[in-house]
Design a protein around this ligand. Structure first.
Ligand code: UDP
Length: 378
């Protein structure tokens, strides 16, 4: 591992206590020693802090009520009403920072707080925005988009994007290309292996694995399974960001399609590799473009053939034959693709082999090297 040239200490800022993709990625990045001195500041209590402690990384929680109901698609008025509590949080955050600290904000809310710190403290080191989202009006209000892009121009020394798609959207929203670098996520390829493929594999089982959220495509997955009477489905994941009602609707939808005997809702699982290996085909076709989609690489590394959306990063990654590409929001095309994989063992094997080869590029060690290189460009 190279050396960080421009700072004594690196401080990662994260607002969420939930273990969603951005938080899992931060854990993956920091799971091997990378910096001489690193600290994590979180804005809510939860499992994440214990996970960092287990890695020997100091993580402190800065409590703030103001951030939890701060919406990505909120109006200017609702944002203004949060200013006072945000200033209080900023002061609190500032008290944890030393002169010269390099800040890496791993969520939008954390980035905004980082910008506020930079307004008050000239002695703090560069601020990096680790951007995991495709900044479009599908997911963010115009006010929010304009604000974060402007803040990035004023205060960010670098925007590290998790994919080319994330960088393009950032640029299209008005961000400066010269500030943006792409560092694609990497996974631990010693955990996500195909070697345990055994007779325990359930035949004709399609698996969807991601947090449960209205745009992640679980509803279309159910609709596709309803068209395939021989197929079983596993839906793995939990609603993480207050989307419990959608989860309940999803279960009702499965019942109304007569899928109770064929579909299992498994909830959140920590043994992701094991669960993936038990299925025949992995399906990830969200309604909107996926910024990166670590789950897709995880499934490919576990030797699963994948059916993914032709939009977003997975569509690009799998475009050379690493998976079947289908359009979003089209259950019949999805059912066709699942059926093709399930009914043709040779084709399945060929897809799985290609997927495995592609996944080998996405190892955590390369991500760490690329991340360090991006930080050293600041
Ligand atoms: N994940 C998990 N258990 C689950 C569902 C998901 O550990 O039950 C993990 C999954 O393995 C992946 C992460 O959550 O590492 C999701 O990251 P991704 O980039 O796919 O999606 P995001 O949450 O960022 O939208």
């Amino acid at each position: 591992m190279g050396k960080l040239l421009n700072a004594q200490r690196v401080v990662f800022l994260s607002h969420s206590a939930e273990l969603a993709g951005a938080e899992i990625l931060m854990l993956r990045l920091l799971s091997e020693p990378m910096f001489d001195d690193v600290k994590v500041l979180l804005f809510s209590h939860g499992e994440l802090r214990e996970k960092f402690a287990a890695l020997g990384i100091s993580a402190s929680v800065i409590e703030t009520k103001s951030l939890h109901d701060f919406r990505r698609n909120g109006s200017a008025f609702s944002a203004l009403s949060k200013i006072r509590p945000m200033v209080a949080t900023t002061k609190n955050l500032s008290s944890h920072l030393r002169s010269g600290d390099l800040l890496v904000a791993s969520s939008q809310k954390a980035f905004v707080l980082g910008c506020l710190v930079k307004m008050f403290r000239k002695d703090v080191g560069p601020l990096i925005w680790w951007l995991h989202d495709i900044l479009t009006k599908e997911h963010f209000s115009s006010t929010n988009l304009r604000t974060v892009v402007l803040l990035s121009k004023l205060f960010a020394s670098k925007v590290i994007c998790t994919s080319e798609e994330v960088r393009s959207a950032y640029e299209a929203a008005g961000g400066k290309r010269s500030k943006a670098s792409v560092v694609e996520p990497g996974i631990d390829l010693r955990i996500f292996t195909a070697e345990h493929e055994t007779s325990r594999k359930r035949t004709k089982t399609a698996i969807s694995l991601s947090r449960i959220s209205p745009w992640k495509g679980q509803r279309n997955f159910l609709d596709a399974l309803a068209l395939l009477p021989d197929a079983n489905g596993l839906i793995v994941g939990a609603p993480l960001f207050g989307e419990q009602d959608y989860f309940e609707d999803l279960k009702k939808h499965a019942s109304s399609l007569g899928l109770d005997d064929r579909v299992t809702f498994m909830g959140h699982r920590d043994d992701v590799a094991e669960v993936l290996r038990s299925a025949t085909v992995f399906v990830h076709v969200p309604d909107a473009p996926e910024p990166f989609g670590q789950v897709v690489i995880e499934a490919m590394a576990c030797g699963l053939p994948v059916v993914v959306s032709n939009e977003g990063a997975p569509g690009r990654i799998c475009s050379g034959g690493g998976g079947i590409l289908v359009p979003p929001n089209n259950p019949s095309r999805l059912a066709e693709a699942i059926n093709k994989v399930m009914s043709k063992p040779d084709y399945r094997g060929e897809l799985a082999r290609k997927a495995k080869t592609i996944s080998a590029k996405y190892d955590a060690a390369s991500m760490r090297r690329n991340f360090l290189r991006a930080l050293n460009e600041v």
